[in-house]
Design a protein around this ligand. Structure first.
Ligand SMILES: N[C@@H](CCC(=O)N[C@@H](CS)C(=O)NCC(=O)O)C(=O)O
Length: 324
């Protein structure tokens, strides 16, 4: 009697190959959603869509005023964090209110308290511009009177916070973007944006080895350069704190805890640099700044929500501080 041929078990190699191919295809699809790449796998950050200004010009739609504007921020986000630091350094907490959002895998940013009848940031964007199809990012500078997004680009919001509310600000005389230093500030900003602020994302979101290597080298070349500059200078532009420091601070603050591990920015930690480490602590200790910092939210938002980079969602507990 002939026996039916025994089914052969699928060789494990085949299974591994299959799992790898499926996962790689899914990973690529998720990554191109999360972080649109160039042809060579470099991360290309989408540009911000709302670019109006607050100004006291007669024809301005958004004149400076007390209690008219609100900032929507996520505490993990370095771009939103810039606006909170500027708010604190100018003493604008009583002038501009803050609404906090937290990430959710299903709905993107969710408001801690509903605002304008919106539960999510995406709904707020829809309220401002029905049919909007772009990204709903933080920070958002919201005009409560006009029910409009004034601006969602952090680099522009902090310039407005620095200059447009001085008559109401506790520290209206503190100019973080003085004309005399503008050129120097802008030069640092350009370099630091490309290679450090966005540079860490270019490492973490790189989709080819070459794109990662390039971003990694540029990042640490700039950090070395800054470390050298800080040998003879308390701040980036001399002895005066400027918006260039604010912009650098929020990236450095997250560096050892998330970028070093999750984004593979791991040639050196900030605390291992002779001058960058103390500089970071110096900025952290400026009055009002520590209150804007929330490392638990930073860990939760990066490790818990960048699914393609960390599918398990668990997060690291290190690194230890130097003294621990
Ligand atoms: N260019 C923007 C970038 C803001 C940004 O990318 N924010 C992230 C959080 S760190 C975000 O809200 N992402 C949500 C998304 O891309 O859908 C700025 O500097 O204001």
């Amino acid at each position: 009697m002939s026996q039916s041929p025994k089914k052969k078990a699928l060789p494990p190699k085949r299974i591994i190959w299959l799992a790898r191919s499926v996962w790689t295809a899914m990973w690529k699809a998720m990554m191109s959603q999360l972080a649109p790449p160039s042809k060579s796998g470099e991360y290309l950050r989408p540009s911000s869509q709302f670019r109006d200004s607050i100004s006291s010009d007669a024809e301005s739609l958004h004149p400076p005023a007390i209690a008219r504007y609100k900032l929507f921020v996520g505490l993990g986000c370095p771009w939103a964090h810039r606006t909170l630091v500027t708010l604190a350094l100018k003493g604008l907490e009583e002038v501009i209110s803050v609404a906090i959002v937290a990430p959710s895998p299903e709905s993107g940013w969710v408001l801690e308290q509903p605002e304008e009848n919106c539960r999510t940031l995406a709904e707020l964007y829809q309220l401002a511009m029905p049919g909007y199809t772009g990204r709903s990012t933080v920070p958002v500078l919201w005009d409560c009177e006009k029910k409009a997004i004034v601006n969602n680009e952090s680099s522009e919001i902090i310039v407005m916070l620095n200059s447009q509310f001085n008559e109401f600000a506790q520290w209206g005389d503190r100019d973080l973007y003085p004309t005399s230093l503008k050129e120097k500030i802008d030069t640092w900003n350009d370099k630091i944006y490309n290679t450090v602020n966005n540079g860490v994302y270019r490492c973490g979101f790189a989709q080819t080895q070459m794109a990662y290597n390039t971003a990694f080298n540029e990042l640490f070349t700039t950090l070395d350069e800054i470390d050298t500059a800080l040998l003879t200078s308390r701040y980036l532009c001399g002895d005066r704190l400027t918006l260039a420091d604010v912009r650098l601070f929020t990236t450095l603050f997250r560096f050892d805890v998330v970028y070093f591990g999750l984004f593979k920015c791991n040639r050196r930690r900030i605390q291992d640099y002779p001058n960058l480490g103390p500089y970071l602590r110096d900025l952290y200790q400026l009055p009002g700044v520590a209150d804007t910092c929330d490392l638990e939210s930073v860990k939760r938002d990066y490790y818990g929500n960048l699914f393609p980079l960390n599918p398990g969602g668990d997060y690291s507990t290190g690194p230890r501080s130097r003294s621990a």
